[in-house]
Design a protein around this ligand. Sequence first.
Ligand code: ZN
Length: 484
Amino acid sequence: MKIKHAILPGRDPTSRWDVEFECNTITRIQPAAAPADCSRNPSPSPLLLPPLCHPHIHLDKAYLLTCNHHHHPHHHPSSEADKHPDYSDLTPQDGSFAEALRFTSLAKQRYTDEDLYLRGAQLLATSLSQGVTACRAFVETDHVTRQSCLHAAIRLKECFRGKMRLQICAFAQDPLFSTEHGTENMRVLQHALRDFGEHVEVLGTTPYVENSTEAALRNIEWAIETALAYSLHLDFHLDYNLDGSREAMVWDVLRLLREKGWTERAKPGKTVVLGHCTRLTLFSDGEMARLAGEIKDSSLPVHFVGLPTSDLFMMGRPAGAAGESTSADRPRGTLQVVDMIKKHGINACLCVNNVGNAFTPWGTGDPLALASLGVGLYQAGTDEDANLLFECVSSRARRAMGLGPASALEAGLPSQEPRPDQDQEDTTELQEGRRGELLLIKNKEYVACPGHLGVKIPARQQVCVRDVVWEPPEVNLRQILRCG
Ligand SMILES: [Zn+2]
């Protein structure tokens, strides 16, 4: 495959390159020959970039707020179980976190196999069209869902093989050490790990849903031990609050990882990811520096993932009754991902978390839209910031998942994936020898404009990373390049 007259990030945006791409490897980059006829305006050049990644996305609760009741001519539900459930009564009312938890657990009771498969496939196909080639899919296993979400995820992984590197996270959204269902939830999760071990690569839990600090600590301790025992990556939903009177649990996670000897006992390349962590926005610079120091000193492969579309919707609501605007004081809280990386050298990335449900009713799930939101959210307006935000939804996101740049085609061959956290460079630049898929951004020749103007208006060209971060290109201008 040869991509002619391409624009490459990090190089002079007026230069054009011919890029040879074989076996998902850039084998040659050469300056492109000047167009033969200079008088003729050459067709617009495409921009080549690394592909996008979802390091934290909930597969089974996507699109609960949209209708799947259309009558597809080729789809005849054969049984009651194949019919698509109605979730329309679960539209957010007060929009609170408690309501989202309640509505989503009600929705869970209605999942059917075909419904889980359809919504999951819609999410993955949409992600592919947006330029995503790898994702960590959170799949709930508990007393309500049993193994149904896991079954759907395994089916989807097979269906998208070679296109999407689907990394399945067996996930306890519900308590394991408290409430009347804790014991049963634990039993179901343990079964999942035992019976579907070959398909599960990550263990995820939610310590904050336990009803005491003691139970939350047991949750963390058990998850660390179990991830080590099954050689899994570990992923916590953690510190999802803005309550300065409560100590952040990130300190306990780091302490327990050290006490359990994660760095010595974990298989090379296994990472620990901490999601949400909105409580950390109340940290002083000193506390953040201490956090960075603890992670560095203990050589823990800890990555933070900011989930701003969910956090913005959930965090910092008025102090009065939910939905009632009794106060103008709405302290938004979402991890300061850019500062964490730039000022403190902490590994961090970004993801959309949820698409189309009570936790995050808005957004398209597009990682580039998320990077774009980051410009305003983190007040990050330099070229360097744009590059960093792009890395947060591409190379840094992959590294959090324990993946190098290598492609979806190599899924299931972890030995071919470079070890993460080993001087691996986060870069949007593309060099000869780079392995992995590419994302091609096409440029339009003219502005598409409804109605007849009598003149054609030349389109603005996207020639560098900041252009696509500041103004994400339409999905139909994006194309994933892979060989085979
Ligand atoms: Zn999540």
